[in-house]
Design a protein. Structure first.
Length: 173
């Protein structure tokens, strides 16, 4: 599986980093960070390629590269709005645009709260295009006791919807 992970915005980037950390080792990972996100500086995963967000000619910007899944965790409202309007002015938004045109899985984890009517309209528009809108919302049935438990639950739920096997949280019995 080829997977693109984009990290945008300034808050919540730890979720994006942990999403990568827990991925199975056999998945080929391509990472993009926006200028407002901290630089992803160290991962022990062997299949990682870092891409410059300004390089819209990168391999992952082409449908012929055949990315299977694209996730944007966290997804800033700016990035979400650009994707909803078809603006592909950097590698993050170009990669999302390619996922849409190739009808590949695209998961966005919008991080702001509360959502404005404009943000909700953009999310609805994208959801109608089969984009997975999955903000980091706690499921209280998970009985998380720590921040790490909560993060594992969220990441496990994202993996579930993407078809990535995991045991990151306690399942409902």
């Amino acid at each position: 599986m080829k997977l693109v992970v984009a990290i945008t915005g300034a808050s919540g980037i730890e979720l994006g980093k942990k999403f990568i950390q827990y991925l199975p080792k056999h998945i080929e990972i391509h990472i993009i960070t926006s200028n407002n996100a901290l630089t992803v500086n160290h991962f022990e995963h062997q299949n990682i390629t870092l891409h410059d967000n300004s390089n819209i000619a990168a391999s992952i910007a082409s449908g012929s590269f055949q990315v299977d899944v694209t996730v944007i965790i966290p997804c800033s409202m700016n990035t979400l709005a650009k994707i909803a309007c078809g603006i592909a002015d950097n590698l993050v938004t170009r990669t999302a645009s390619v996922a849409l045109k190739e009808q590949k899985k695209l998961l966005l984890a919008p991080r702001e709260m509360p959502f404005s009517a404009i943000a909700l309209e953009n999310m609805e528009k994208l959801a109608k295009l089969n984009v997975i809108i999955a903000p980091p919302v706690m499921g209280y049935y998970s009985q998380s006791q720590t921040l790490d438990d909560m993060e594992r639950f969220l990441i496990g739920k994202w993996y579930d919807v993407l078809g990535i096997k995991n045991d990151l949280y306690e399942r409902w019995h």
